[in-house]
Unconditional design. Structure first.
Length: 349
């Protein structure tokens, strides 16, 4: 049995690879283009032990993906490769259309060619787990939560491209019988997240004593899910999920962006009291264009049908995340020096 993970050098992808290596002896094949957000350092420990093989390739290359899937003969494909940052999608939507739509189409076709040649138990067991986001559902008001039946209403180039990819995945199931499972998750946090995202950006700004930029009033709400809890949910889907079904995965931890930043400041005060109060670094800046107000996930279906619930409470998980970044500057400092220095993105309306 082999697992194939697209985007396995990214944040959630690398969390999944580490989790698969912990709970299974199966070989792990990662296909990753190693763009700015794909970091080989996130999986090099698994490479060094021989548990994982990295194939540096672009998922848009359908011919190569077809050959790779045929060669590696995976029991499941976890499709996580994507452009994911809303601000970058505002600045340059073309990459999001190409990777998230074109790349997903290429992977689905590669999986269809492979699945068509399987028989018996191998055919019955194979799964294509398409990993998406709750942002495809648009924005919530003060009440309610997204669930599997929520109509799509994406509002950014990123979420629109992911919504299109979700529709492709479902179409390949309904038209071709490919055993696709779609996952829509809430905001993830944890180790090895590229520092353009809210939590690592604020940790590193705070550590450097730099202004911590909060969009608008800071009252936009997100539901936070630890990446390791998400990885566990994805493996459960691959092993016991029903083809053609969608599962919403959330951490049940709604917080405003301002609450997140204030909590990071408090944690940094505890670790560096000589620099307290870190809350003085909070700076309100011009809001993101089209900023969705609130996301929340109803994860009742995956709990009832597959028995999954998040294992980490948010306060513990966030404190562990802060400590990971403090202890692993060898992972993030090269990114700051060569790739991203913490500058504002997504200003174009």
């Amino acid at each position: 049995m082999t697992w194939l993970v697209t985007g396995g050098a990214g944040f959630i992808g690398s969390a999944l690879c580490h989790y698969l290596a912990d709970v299974s002896d199966a070989p792990i094949i990662v296909v990753d283009k190693l763009t700015y957000a794909g970091n080989r350092a996130s999986i090099e420990g698994l490479e060094a032990t021989g548990r994982l093989r990295l194939v540096e390739a672009d998922i848009v290359d359908q011919s190569r993906m077809t050959d790779l899937v045929a060669e590696t003969r995976p029991a499941a494909i976890f499709h996580l490769a994507a452009e994911t940052h809303v601000d970058r999608s505002i600045d340059g939507p073309a990459d999001f259309v190409s990777t998230n739509l074109g790349g997903t189409g290429a992977m689905l076709e590669a999986a269809r060619a492979y699945h068509g040649g399987l028989s018996g138990d191998q055919r019955d067991a194979f799964r294509f787990v398409h990993v998406s986001t709750d942002e495809v559902f648009g924005s919530l008001g003060e009440e309610g939560a997204f669930r599997e039946t929520t109509p799509y209403a994406p509002s950014s180039p990123y979420s629109a491209s992911k919504a299109g990819a979700d529709h492709l995945a479902r179409a390949w199931h309904h038209t071709y019988g490919l055993p696709v499972i779609v996952s829509n998750c809430s905001n993830n946090y944890g180790p090895r997240q590229f520092p353009e995202k809210l939590i690592p950006l604020m940790i590193l700004k705070c550590l450097a004593g730099e202004p911590m930029p909060v969009y608008g009033s800071g009252l936009n709400v997100r539901d936070w899910l630890h990446a390791e809890d998400h990885a566990r949910a994805l493996l459960i889907m691959a092993q016991t999920g029903t083809p053609g079904e969608t599962y919403c995965v959330g951490g049940g931890a709604e917080r405003t962006n301002l609450q997140i930043v204030e909590t990071i400041c408090r944690l940094m005060d505890e670790r560096f009291p000589e620099a307290a109060p870190h809350q003085r670094l909070i700076t309100f800046v011009e809001d993101r264009p089209g900023h969705d107000y609130r996301y929340a996930i109803d994860a009742g279906k995956i709990h009832r049908e597959l028995g999954w619930t998040p294992a980490r409470d948010f306060e513990t998980g966030l404190a562990e995340t802060v400590d990971w970044y403090l202890a692993n500057d060898s992972w993030w400092r090269p990114l700051q020096e060569r790739v991203y220095r913490g500058q504002r993105l997504g200003r174009t309306a």
